[in-house]
Ligand binder design. Structure first.
Ligand SMILES: [Zn+2]
Length: 65
């Protein structure tokens, strides 16, 4: 049996950092992206940002804060 890596999914932490994003968004990772760093790079292309403290915000939440 072979175990395949599913890669890394970066979920939006929402505007407050306490609740999940209402949209429960996640970065669309390229098939070649395997690490968190690579997936975040994918997200930045779509407008994702990382706030101080390491919170990830999807494009919608980044605009609302
Ligand atoms: Zn969000």
């Amino acid at each position: 049996m072979t175990v395949h890596s599913l890669g890394v999914e970066i979920a939006c932490d929402g505007p407050t950092g306490r609740d999940d994003c209402p949209d429960n968004a996640a970065v669309r990772a390229a098939i070649t992206s395997r690490t968190a760093r690579q997936v975040r790079a994918d997200g930045r292309r779509d407008g994702w940002t990382v706030r101080p403290g390491g919170r990830d915000l999807c494009p919608r939440c980044a605009k609302s804060t």
